[in-house]
Write a protein that binds this ligand. Structure first.
Ligand SMILES: [Zn+2]
Length: 142
């Protein structure tokens, strides 16, 4: 529990609010085709505990195993969730200054548009590596 703190955030219009707890917050970026389309670039998640969303949230099932949360009023990206266990990864952009978190990991790095890249000395996982991590029994999962 040492160092644990509560963070709070909101969507663009402010009707959806979120609270969560973090200890040493990090940000992860996903460049898969679905995250690119959902966000216009990449999904930046901020893994946290005790996540509570309030307001007019809506969900979209983007694949057999994933669900996207968004604000029903302004459309802001709110979360990525695993359909299987319901685990939610909130969008880092909801929190001011991304709660002070640093980028530590990129998923599907080779699927990112070639015209830009994230700077920094963090871990970058290819499509093959990402799929091996999340879908070990189905290499063609999307
Ligand atoms: Zn909103």
């Amino acid at each position: 529990m040492s160092g644990q703190r509560e963070i709070s955030g909101q969507c663009l219009c402010g009707e959806v609010t979120v609270t969560a707890t973090v200890t040493d917050p990090v940000v992860r970026a996903c460049h898969c085709d679905m995250c690119r389309r959902h966000t216009s670039s990449m999904f930046m998640s901020l893994p946290a505990d005790n996540i509570v969303f309030s307001g007019p949230t809506k969900t979209f099932q983007s694949s057999t195993w994933a669900e996207r949360g968004f604000c029903g009023t302004c459309g802001s990206t709110l979360w990525y969730a695993s359909a299987g266990d319901g685990h939610i990864n909130p969008s880092a952009g909801l929190f001011d200054n991304a709660a002070g978190a640093a980028l530590t990991l990129e998923f599907f790095t080779d699927a990112a548009p070639q015209g830009y890249a994230l700077a920094g000395d963090h871990r970058k996982m290819s499509t093959q590596e990402t799929l091996a991590l999340f879908a070990p029994n189905d290499g063609d999962a999307k």
